[in-house]
Ligand binder design. Structure first.
Ligand code: URA
Length: 428
């Protein structure tokens, strides 16, 4: 087959800060997916994009080409609005678990196609797989049936959605080119637009435990993604939320499910409840439902009923005991005072090293592993009191987990206050 363009010419254009034409972008994505552009050429192009950026029109076309590389789902036959949430990833971020059933209570269908964790951020599917019997893989027909009958589904994204992104993301992961705003925005939005949701709320994390370490970068990523959603006809809103410290009191798999169930039972840590309710309000408003009271649906059991049905529909037993780690080790507060900092990245890396996450795609995660926090920033602590408990099935992991936590905790004199807001901005 004669190729329309030459990969080296395309690389040179971006290397020299030029602009790619729509035809060049379409060809690049298609040729890479077919194997006509080699990994080393795509890696060079990704690096040129990371260093020199892309303009709005290029990002929009790049996203459209990734969508066109695979199938596109269509929920218009459901007869109800659809809304989805995507988080850019954080530590202790279990919000999808209570959020999907909570939004579905109000008649808005939630097709939540999720991923597994890689590195220090956990994956929603790994968490749910801690529930005995629960299945992550559904056919498109089963997913559609569950959305019609139950209203919410959290499952693995099929291989047919944006296959170009799967190949590109794996390459970016090993070539130091993940952190490019045009590439992150197009990667996330191509999958969400191909998934067919009518509206989308983005939770863009900011802080040590997130991709975006500072608020300005996060704002730019959020603006780029909101514009891509709007161009594709998907109502899109973004919240910028704090990821300097973990969300809730757990980072792991089974322990995050347990905490999510507490939230669905009307309890749970206040930050998890606040973010769940706020994201539910945003999703419902995007879907045209403005008179709902999600906080009440957490308190009165409606969200829990929907959760039970959602888990059962995928073979899970929502009442079964969750796996528990065989070994634990407690970390004590080193001094009296106020806990002003508890670093999200350090806790995420510790949970990962304990076995809750994977270093390579093929690794198996431990359902019971993770870190349970006994205090959050703002709490008064006393020297010798438990600060956190490390959990694993394989005790030889404790040393490296403890190393990850060195310097993660700052205790200041009583009267000090941590500077922390959970919701930092909203972009629409
Ligand atoms: N999540 C994605 O799906 N893609 C990225 O590029 C980064 C985070």
């Amino acid at each position: 087959m004669t190729e329309a363009f030459d990969a080296v010419d395309i690389i040179r254009i971006k290397r020299d800060r030029g602009t790619l034409s729509p035809e060049q972008i379409d060809w690049t994505i298609d040729a890479y997916t077919r194997g006509a552009i080699a990994d080393e050429q795509m890696a060079a192009l990704n690096m040129a994009i990371l260093l020199n950026g892309m303009d709005r029109a290029e990002i929009s076309r790049w996203t459209a080409a990734m969508i066109a590389s695979g199938e596109r789902l269509n929920f218009s036959g459901l007869g109800k609005p659809t809304s989805d949430k995507h988080s850019t990833g954080g530590v202790g971020d279990k919000i999808t678990l209570p959020l999907a059933p909570l939004v579905a209570v109000f008649g808005v269908a939630v097709p939540q196609l999720s991923g597994r964790g890689l590195g220090h951020t956990g994956g929603t599917l790994d968490k749910l797989e801690a529930i005995p019997g629960w299945r992550a893989h559904l056919s498109n027909e089963d997913m559609m049936r569950q959305l019609a009958d139950v209203g919410a589904v959290i499952c693995a994204a099929g291989t047919g959605l944006a296959p170009a992104d799967k190949k590109l993301y794996a390459l970016r992961d090993v070539t130091g080119t993940v952190e490019a705003i045009p590439l992150i925005a197009s990667s996330i939005m191509s999958k969400k637009i191909a998934e067919g949701t009518g509206s989308l709320v983005l939770d863009v994390k900011v802080g040590s435990g997130a991709f975006m370490k500072d608020v300005e970068q996060a704002r730019e990523l959020a603006r780029t993604m909101v514009a891509l959603g709007r161009d594709a006809g998907v109502t899109t809103v973004a919240l910028l939320t704090d990821m300097a410290t973990p969300l809730g009191l757990t980072a792991g798999n089974a322990i995050e499910v347990e905490e999510s169930v507490e939230v669905l039972a009307g309890g749970g840590p206040s930050d998890v409840v606040e973010l769940t309710v706020r994201l539910a309000e945003e999703m419902l408003a995007c879907a045209g439902v403005t008179d709902a009271d999600p906080a009440a649906a957490l308190k009165d059991g409606r969200a829990m009923d929907l959760w039970n049905r959602m888990i059962e529909a995928q073979g899970g037993d929502p009442r079964a005991a969750l796996p528990v780690a065989r070994e634990s080790e407690v970390i004590l507060a080193p001094a009296d005072g106020v806990l002003v900092e508890l670093d999200a990245l350090a806790v995420g890396v510790a949970a990962w090293r304990l076995g809750a996450g994977r270093a390579r795609k093929e690794d198996v995660v431990q359902a019971g592993a993770g870190v349970r926090l006994h205090a959050k920033p703002g709490a008064v602590v006393r020297a010798g009191e438990p600060l956190m408990t490390l959990l694993t099935d394989t005790p030889e992991r404790f040393d490296r987990a403890r190393d990850a936590l060195a310097g993660a905790v700052t205790i200041a004199p009583e009267g000090s206050r941590p500077a922390r807001r959970l919701i930092l901005d909203r972009i629409s």
